[in-house]
Design a protein around this ligand. Sequence first.
Ligand SMILES: O=C(O)CCC(=O)C(=O)O
Length: 349
Amino acid sequence: MARKSRGKRRSTHWTWAVAVPFFCTGTAGPVLVASSSIEHPPLTEANVTEFWRQGYLWIRGFASQDEVSRMRAGIDDMIEAWELPARGSSAFNASLALRRNSSDKEVDHSFLLDSASKATFFVEPGAVDADAGILRPNISKRQAVRKVAHALHLTPGPFHDFSTSAKVASAALALGLRRPAVVQSLYRLASPMAAGVDRHQDSTMLYTEPPTCLGFWLALEDTDETNGCLRVREGSHNEPIRERLVRRPIAGGAGVEIVFEKVTNETQAPAPFDVFRALKASRGDLVVMHGSLEHVSFALTSATKSRESFQLHLVDAEAEWSPDNWLQYPPDTPFTELAPPERTASAEL
Ligand SMILES: O=C(O)CCC(=O)C(=O)O
């Protein structure tokens, strides 16, 4: 069972996390010397126990205010350089249409598939006059962008620095990944009044055998119920993964379609939303979620507040990346491993 083996492996790598030469010990505790990212104290045994009990761990102040500012400035620059794709182009249609309830057969999935290994702009459908091919009046480019995804970590800069920081690696190792690898990163803009994100388990989208996905959700702004704070259903990580988002060849034609497939026979009604806990995370707080934890964010009700977040998804490189996952890198692009085995070996000598 993947869950058990993760727990058993934990102590070995906890040693690694505090022993590698990334850190030097001063009076204030371990200090990161090899990266521009700011250090954070390693997770404690109590943190790890809490993660396995609840299915998530809320870590206050995981990112410094400076790191958050760098990420927000980084997305500002990217949005400045971005233009809405031309009306009628497949990118225009696809960037608007990739919501769960869109008709999969009508969408050119190459836009989504190509976003696996590059930063791609996805647009809020309501922000665009689709017939005219322009943003609606009084909508800024920033308000129009729903997310930039799914590989911000592959480009040098603030997202790469945070994603590959020793503190992210250390947390992933402490939570049981033997060889943590970043498979996906995204910046969610969630403008005032934007739609939320449907309830889901991250392993639905990012499946390994055995399941090892960990979601790192970093608040880039203070959150509460009015700007659609993250909501989690404690203990749901002990439930099966219900569905998978997979790529399937289109019968008799070229290309693939992307579909949600049920993978349990469970007939139980979905849990009511009032059992989800609203996490009013502050700017810089990190919520690490087990891949089976059900979570959701509701539509924003504030007309003035946005809810920007940066999300990373990690898996264990020792598990098998499912070949039918929607997300596949080009053959010559490996996932970004945070603790390559040779480094572990030398640290243990
Ligand atoms: O920030 C949110 O609204 C939740 C995002 C989320 O759960 C996801 O993208 O997996």
